[in-house]
Design a protein around this ligand. Structure first.
Ligand code: HEM
Length: 546
């Protein structure tokens, strides 16, 4: 992307001015040169999320060997090194080629370590998993998400362990994921029908369709579907995404967050959003409670909110599950779903994975043919058995296609950041307390030391290779690893595999653009496609009765 004058200006601004002359930033925004500013913001997005209230990095012992890294500028540290036209994970891989697989950076006040090899990832997420089990929390995230008392942002303590166990066993277990089968089937069937109904020869904006599908599946599973104040809820989540995702000096300088948040008015806005979200979450909880009380539970699938309310009523947990806890889970799950450009890019994970899988398939017709043949043969027995065939692992080649897609395009290329609550040594280097750790899963998946022909899309590489992404092998970590590994892996894979299987079963897909399909990644913490994937679909098999 060509750098505009403004970006150059922003890059050159003396950062003292940024801090002490906030009005300059306002001026920048008034110029409305958002394109340039967004590049700058992209850097700050990450730092905003990374800088945490956990930043007690005072115990740095100067005698110990620290990881190598580039030199820092006063105040901003190494943020300027991330500026440019490339997504952050690519820039970090380039930097690590000079400084090594454990690289030290500094974002504003906060020390950051970037991990770029599977050995170093294992040292963090296995050998020292306990030490790196917390997440850094920015002041803005802290304000909006119930003081970090939830699963994603929670500190690693007893309460968090209980919440996570509850999630793994009650909300995201394989059994529960299977129980959402009807939701998946209904939503996928809707999508298939709407694609089939499109005028022949027209292009389907598959990126958008897949995003909506993934949203709907999660919304129905978490809160049972649509609700009265959905518009207000979604627009507030959008506002939060902007505030948390935007330029947040409070997140840059966590030693004085309160002062800066007041100065910028950010706290007030966030608190207002929190009130609105709280009101809607209250309503969701109240309606679920009334539904349970009325005995009119008909044959609806039990959603996450139902399950949490039941657990609350049974009181079998070693701690009191309050309404606030339930609302935090509901809000976080929804935030993952709706907060499109949100810092964690969360829910987009499943739709991003499907988007890239379809992109790679249309670029590799021989792979497309093979996977379609597998799916069509397996489903000959009858479409009603489709999901069983998928979840029981019958479609091996489809699984290889998904694995290869996640190797090349992990939806969260830098996973989610971690922070150490105590100083520790990793591969001979001292990592001081409060260091934010970013693991470059994207670079690790393309490391030529471990992958032959790493940049090519070759699902066959998994034929005789038992490497899996379930957390045991650090060469492939699209779901992370260790204590903070993604607990939604079954949920995510069920959505991805079932949707892809259906799209490949019913339709033949073609990219008809004049130029080669653009595979550029957009900016943001997630690796979404820069431009939407628009494909032509031809129905090849009759649709089942509605
Ligand atoms: C293809 C789909 C998905 C991918 C690639 C993915 C990836 C990830 C990654 C990389 C992390 C951070 C792991 C780490 O720090 O080691 C994570 C965390 C998390 N994911 Fe997923 N995810 C997916 C789907 C889902 C779904 C569908 C849900 C829930 C419905 C979910 C819920 C979570 C939660 C709650 C965490 C935070 C865990 C913690 O902090 O302990 N994910 N995910």
């Amino acid at each position: 992307m060509k750098k505009s004058k403004l970006l150059i200006k922003v890059e050159k601004v003396h950062y003292h001015h940024l801090l002490h002359h906030h009005h300059q930033m306002k001026l920048v925004l008034q110029h409305n040169e958002l394109e340039a500013f967004m590049i700058y913001m992209r850097v700050v997005d990450i730092t905003g999320f990374i800088y945490g209230r956990n930043s007690k990095h005072h115990n740095l012992r100067r005698n110990n060997k620290q990881p190598p890294g580039p030199s820092n500028l006063p105040i901003i540290g190494s943020i300027h090194r991330l500026l440019g036209s490339k997504p952050t994970h690519r820039t970090l891989r380039q930097l690590s080629a000079t400084y090594g697989p454990i690289m030290r950076l500094k974002f504003g006040e906060v020390p950051v370590v970037v991990i770029s090899s599977s050995e170093a990832a294992e040292a963090i997420m296995k050998t020292n998993d306990f030490a790196f089990a917390s997440r850094p929390i920015s002041a803005s995230v802290d304000t909006i998400f119930y003081g970090g008392n939830d699963i994603i942002f929670g500190r690693y303590d007893e309460f968090w362990r209980q919440m996570r166990r509850l999630c793994a066993t009650q909300l995201l277990s394989l059994k529960r994921v299977r129980s959402f089968r009807a939701i998946r089937q209904r939503e996928i069937s809707r999508l298939v029908r709407s694609i089939a109904a499109a005028p022949s020869g027209s292009f389907i904006n598959l990126s958008e369709e897949l995003f909506n599908l993934s949203n709907n599946i999660t919304a129905f599973s978490v809160i049972g579907g649509r609700f009265k104040e959905q518009k207000l809820y979604v627009s507030t989540l959008g506002e939060v995404a902007l505030l948390v995702n935007g330029f947040s000096p409070a997140d840059l300088f966590p030693s004085i967050p309160g002062f800066i948040m007041r100065l910028t008015g950010c706290r007030k806005k966030l608190e207002l959003c929190r009130l609105k979200l709280n009101r809607v979450a209250d309503m969701i909880v109240r309606e679920h409670r009334a539904k349970q009380g009325s005995k009119d539970t008909n044959d609806d699938v039990e959603d996450f909110t139902d399950v949490l309310l039941k657990i609350q009523e049974e009181g079998a947990l070693p701690f009191h599950l309050s309404d606030d806890h339930i609302k935090a889970v509901v809000n976080v799950c929804s935030f993952l779903v709706e907060g499109k450009d949100m810092l964690i890019g969360g829910s987009e994970t499943s739709s991003t994975a499907m988007d890239w899988a379809m992109s790679e398939l249309v670029r590799h017709p021989e792979v497309m043919k093979k996977v379609q043949q597998e799916v069509r043969e397996a489903f000959e027995e009858g479409v009603e058995h489709k999901e069983e065939a998928i979840l029981s692992g019958k479609l091996r080649y489809l699984q290889m296609v998904v694995k290869e897609t996640l190797r090349l395009h992990p939806p969260l290329p830098l996973l989610l950041p971690r922070v150490n609550d105590e100083a520790c040594e990793v591969m001979g280097y001292e990592i001081p307390t409060g260091t934010t750790v970013l693991v470059n899963a994207w670079a690790i998946g393309r490391d030529p030391k471990h992958w032959q022909d790493p940049e090519s899309f070759l699902p066959e590489r998994f034929e005789d290779n038992s490497v899996d992404f379930k957390g045991g092998n650090f060469d492939l970590i699209p779901f992370g690893g260790g204590r903070r590994m993604c607990p939604g892996i079954n949920f995510g894979l069920a959505t991805v595999e079932t949707t892809l299987a259906n799209l490949l079963y019913y339709f033949d897909w073609e990219y008809k653009g004049k130029e080669e399909l653009d595979m550029t990644e957009g900016f943001g913490v997630g690796t979404r496609r820069k431009s939407p994937l628009c494909l032509a679909a031809s129905l090849r098999l009759p649709l089942p009765p509605a």
